[in-house]
Structures are given as structure tokens and as C-alpha cells.
Design a protein around this ligand. Structure first.
Ligand SMILES: [Zn+2]
Ligand SMILES: [Zn+2]
Ligand SMILES: [Zn+2]
Length: 253
């Protein structure tokens, strides 16, 4: 399986509009973070988790020519705003795009993208196929996904395990029972917002402690704010098996 980090930034991205802090002014390409998303190439299938506002730019940058499905972690705008741009795949692949998410998330998509679901097939609008999921494992084009239930302050969110890879974003709590589903993963991508604690995201220290407990071979941090610090400086503070993710990073699992 090949995993590509399409974006590793928090909801505002990095740099932040109007900010002149040293991270936002950094010329290091690793300090430029689009909104979070990840591309999986597995068993010949091409699957993306979340379609944030930078979706178009990300799939162009990575030259993702085919897309078999989109899987959502939750309904926040930084994870869904790019949905309109799946039209390009409708046109090139001549089929509806399968979307996977829990019922609550799909209902929110229906509200925010009402024109897609109005029943009026205006020429050129996105065409989607909704696949509601629960806490049970499910298959996306023959690829097995195990949902990992995490909490994002009070909002239940799904992380996903696919084979030896686990992707968790927008979490600040995971129960012992859910941790068991993650254990044994060789690679984990986990959210870490900033140095200071936050109401709905793991801080850097909380993420490191969780990863030390879960013990993957390698881990990468994502959903990063400009408040975390400069990429090259923060990495020096981390245990060897944990690295900061950056946009475009490719991971073989
Ligand atoms: Zn988010
Ligand atoms: Zn800044
Ligand atoms: Zn969120």
C-alpha cells in the first residue's frame, strides 16, 4: 500500500491568512500545509479520505488520475468543502463517485451540498453514491476499512485502519477498547495541533504519549497549526519513530 499525505494542516491551513509569525513566513516547503487529506493506493484502488477545501490543488499536485471512492472522517468543513470538484472524476470515469461516511455525516453533506441531492440533474453537477457506515468494518471497492471511534471534543469521529496502516485525525480522545483496534499497526498517522492543550485536538505531547503507548514502527503527525512551531525545529524534539508529516510525503506500508 502506498499512502500519500495530501495535506497536513489544521482547518485554516499554514500559512494562516494575515499572519506574519515565523512559521507562516517560513520558506521551508514542509511549513506549507494544506488542509488534511490522505490518498491510499491499495490493491490497485485509489481512495481518498476527506475532501477539504484544497482537494482540487492536491489531486492535481499528486497527479491522481483515477479515484475510486471518498471516505469521510467527519463533517467539518475543512474535511468536506472540496466535494464539488469530484465532478472531474465523474466526467473522466463515467460513473457516480461512491462516498462513505456515517449517517450523520452524509446528512450534513446533503445540507451543505443541497444542489447535488435536489433531484434536479442540472448538467455538470457532481454525481455521488451514498454508502452509510457504522462502527462495523466495511469494504470500499474490496478494501477492508476498520472504523476507529475517537472523540473530537464531543463529536464522534472515525479514524480508519486499513491493513497495517491507521489514520486518525481530529481526535483528542480514544478509549482503551478502540486502541486495541489500532495496536499492531506498522504505520500510524495521528493529529497533533500545537504545543498547548486544545479542547478538541491532541496537543503534541498528548499525541506523542498516545503513540508511545500504541508503539507503531513509524508514526507521522498531521492536522498541524502554525502554533506548533517550525517543522525542522519541532522534529528535533521528537522520538525517532515519530516524524512530522508534510504535504506530499509518501509512505510505503
Ligand atoms: Zn479538521
Ligand atoms: Zn502564523
Ligand atoms: Zn474537525
Amino acid at each position: 500500500m502506498k499512502v500519500t499525505l495530501l495535506g497536513t494542516g489544521t482547518s485554516q491551513g499554514v500559512p494562516v491568512i494575515g499572519c506574519s509569525c515565523e512559521v507562516c513566513r517560513s520558506v521551508d516547503y514542509r511549513d506549507k500545509r494544506l488542509r488534511v487529506s490522505v490518498h491510499l493506493q491499495v490493491n490497485g484502488k485509489s481512495i481518498i479520505i476527506d475532501s477539504g477545501p484544497d482537494f482540487r490543488q492536491q489531486v492535481l499536485r499528486e497527479r491522481i488520475r483515477t479515484l475510486d471512492a471518498l471516505v469521510f472522517t467527519h463533517e467539518h468543513k475543512d474535511h468536506t468543502a472540496g466535494l464539488d470538484d469530484i465532478r472531474a472524476y465523474n466526467f473522466s470515469q463515467h460513473k457516480d463517485m461512491p462516498l462513505y461516511g456515517e449517517e450523520r455525516v452524509l446528512e450534513q453533506l446533503k445540507r451543505e451540498f443541497a444542489y447535488i441531492f435536489s433531484g434536479i440533474q442540472y448538467p455538470g453537477i457532481p454525481r455521488v453514491e451514498l454508502n452509510p457506515i457504522t462502527e462495523e468494518p466495511f469494504e470500499v471497492e474490496g478494501v477492508r476499512f476498520i472504523p476507529i471511534r475517537v472523540k473530537h471534543y464531543k463529536l464522534p469521529v472515525f479514524g480508519y485502519r486499513v491493513g497495517d496502516f491507521t489514520y486518525i485525525t481530529d481526535a483528542n480522545y480514544i478509549s482503551e477498547a478502540e486502541k486495541e483496534k489500532v495496536r499492531g499497526s506498522k504505520v500510524i498517522v495521528l493529529n497533533a495541533l500545537r504545543q498547548e492543550p486544545h479542547i478538541s485536538h491532541f496537543s503534541l505531547q498528548e499525541a506523542v504519549e498516545l503513540l508511545e503507548d500504541l508503539q507503531p514502527e513509524r508514526a507521522y503527525l498531521t492536522h498541524i497549526s502554525h502554533l506548533l512551531g517550525l517543522h525542522r525545529e519541532v522534529e528535533l524534539t521528537l522520538p525517532d519513530f515519530i516524524r512530522l508529516g508534510y504535504d506530499g510525503l509518501q509512505i510505503e506500508v
